[in-house]
Design a protein around this ligand. Structure first.
Ligand SMILES: Cc1cc2nc3c(=O)[nH]c(=O)nc-3n(C[C@H](O)[C@H](O)[C@H](O)COP(=O)(O)OP(=O)(O)OC[C@H]3O[C@@H](n4cnc5c(N)ncnc54)[C@H](O)[C@@H]3O)c2cc1C
Length: 442
């Protein structure tokens, strides 16, 4: 069997480590051995794979559906993000004059929120699901210019928003570091590892989930797709890949996705004295006005989370040394915003790998007969990954809908990338430039 690169995430993700007891992985889980025939195979249990599996189970209650993941569900990037399910088009998707296209993005994102919310409510998933909305905060003139532009776009789209000045922000987020923020109400915040594990725990009985079961080879033989793991060979007529950046390792969309890691740190819960000094609200989230700035969250249980920094990661992983250095940068970002909390330690610092494309395009569709893929959501996969997984399951089942057509229209093919070392050099330079121009927002 050829050797492929597999997920190698660190085991210091705060969301996974602080899972409620009921959602922690149990010792006993399905073990894969021998030849296993299924009606449907889903590989990768992140936002895409979980939504695809759930939808297949709804559409085909009599079918045997198998979901394979290389790690525990919730351990991959979908369980280690900042937990914003964003309804409005984000960054690159806002560029351009085509209002109808942007409205399609909004419909898709809101359908994702609805789909997840139905599951969270029905199955009572303990993932701190919260309609908190989202702040987009600016520190510098450059940041304010981004917010001014964002306001124009929101008005064009007829979307409600509120402008908060520094004093209003001080009351809400406990710091006067930001000069201004735009609040948009549609974003949902959640605990991502808990959401992923909660969805997994409540999958219908016709689904078998094999965790810690990496697929080492995927091939089509006659009318079936074969997925080989260390001790088993799974086969099914149709397969859905929700493996994002790892899709290229399974032989598809090679040299089209840029592996980028971004990092987060989570403090311990503030004690009462610290919370009194902080003197503001819990359960909010703030994304940066500028691309390379800092994302900030305060959880309902009084933990602060800082996310920034990007690294080009051709091996899809980061070292302990790298994370330690980044933890210091996170500490500086926290201290700049909350000097009174400078003694509050981080309990966890972790990274997660995302797939970006040069032409800011994601992939959605039937790549080969019976092989369906959705990937490369350019770092905002909570909403797009979820809805694309659901719609991919519908497409693979012969369904058709307006949303499915929207998804096809807004997707494309990530453009081909230059080979290494040119790719690494180019991406690292782009990251450095972005960090430099956004330095006041970090
Ligand atoms: C720190 C951080 C903050 C972020 N914040 C946000 C945010 O707030 N909102 C947002 O929308 N997005 C955010 N993102 C991005 C978002 O998390 C990703 O876009 C999203 O998780 C992608 O989902 P996915 O299902 O496509 O892929 P993934 O989550 O990468 O899932 C792929 C799955 O495939 C499995 N896999 C891979 N190879 C194999 C194999 N060979 N065999 C079996 N299984 C395999 C992996 O284990 C993994 O579980 C953030 C990312 C990071 C790192």
């Amino acid at each position: 069997m050829s050797k492929i690169k597999l997920p190698a995430d660190d085991n210091s993700c705060g969301w996974f480590e602080t899972l409620p007891q009921s959602l922690k992985p149990q010792q006993r889980s399905a073990v894969a051995r021998g030849k296993i025939k299924a009606d449907w195979l889903v590989i990768g249990g992140g936002f895409v794979g979980m939504a695809a599996t759930r939808r297949l189970a709804e559409l085909h209650p009599q079918a045997h559906i198998v979901l394979l993941d290389a790690q525990h569900i919730g351990e991959g990037t979908s369980g280690r993000n900042s937990g914003f399910i964003i309804d409005l088009p984000h960054k690159g998707d806002l560029v351009g004059k085509d209002i109808e296209r942007k409205q399609k993005f909004i419909s898709l994102n809101r359908a994702a929120i609805d789909y997840l919310q139905t599951q969270v409510e029905r199955d009572q998933i303990d993932c701190n699901w919260s309609h908190s909305g989202k702040l987009q905060g600016a520190v510098s003139d450059r940041g304010i210019r981004f917010l001014d532009h964002f306001q124009v776009l929101l008005k064009e789209l007829g979307e409600p928003f509120e402008v908060l000045d520094s004093a209003a922000l001080q009351k809400k987020v406990g710091t006067s570091y930001y000069r201004q923020a735009l609040f948009t109400p549609g974003c949902v915040l959640m605990q991502p590892a808990a959401l992923m594990r909660g969805v997994k725990e409540n999958l219908p009985d016709n689904v078998t989930v094999y965790e810690n079961t990496p697929v080492l080879e995927l091939e089509q033989r006659q009318e079936r797709w074969l997925a080989r793991t260390k001790d088993a060979e799974f086969s099914a007529p149709k397969v859905i890949l929700g493996t994002n950046i790892f899709t290229e390792q399974l032989g598809h969309l090679k040299h089209r996705m840029i592996p980028i890691m971004t990092f987060a740190s989570m403090t311990r819960p503030l004690n009462d004295a610290e919370f009194t000094a902080y003197a503001a609200e819990t359960d909010w989230g703030l994304t940066p006005a500028d691309y390379a700035g800092t994302t900030l969250r305060m959880t309902a249980d009084r933990r602060l989370i800082v996310r920034n920094q990007y690294r080009f990661v051709p091996n899809y992983s980061s070292s302990y040394q790298e994370r330690s250095e980044i933890s210091v940068m996170h500490r500086n970002a926290l201290k700049a915003r909350y000097p009174m909390l400078e003694n509050v330690e981080f309990d966890y610092t972790w990274g997660g790998v995302c797939a970006l494309s040069q032409n800011y395009t994601s992939y959605f569709g039937e790549r080969k007969p019976g092989l369906f893929i959705s990937c490369c959501h350019n770092g905002v996969g909570a909403a797009r990954g979820t809805i694309s997984g659901k719609l991919l399951a519908e497409m693979a089942s012969g369904g058709d809908s307006d949303l499915q057509r929207f998804m096809v229209e807004v997707s494309g093919k990530p453009s081909r990338l230059p080979p290494q070392p040119a790719l690494g050099l180019g991406v690292r330079t782009r990251i450095k430039v972005a960090e430099w121009v956004s330095r006041s927002e970090v």
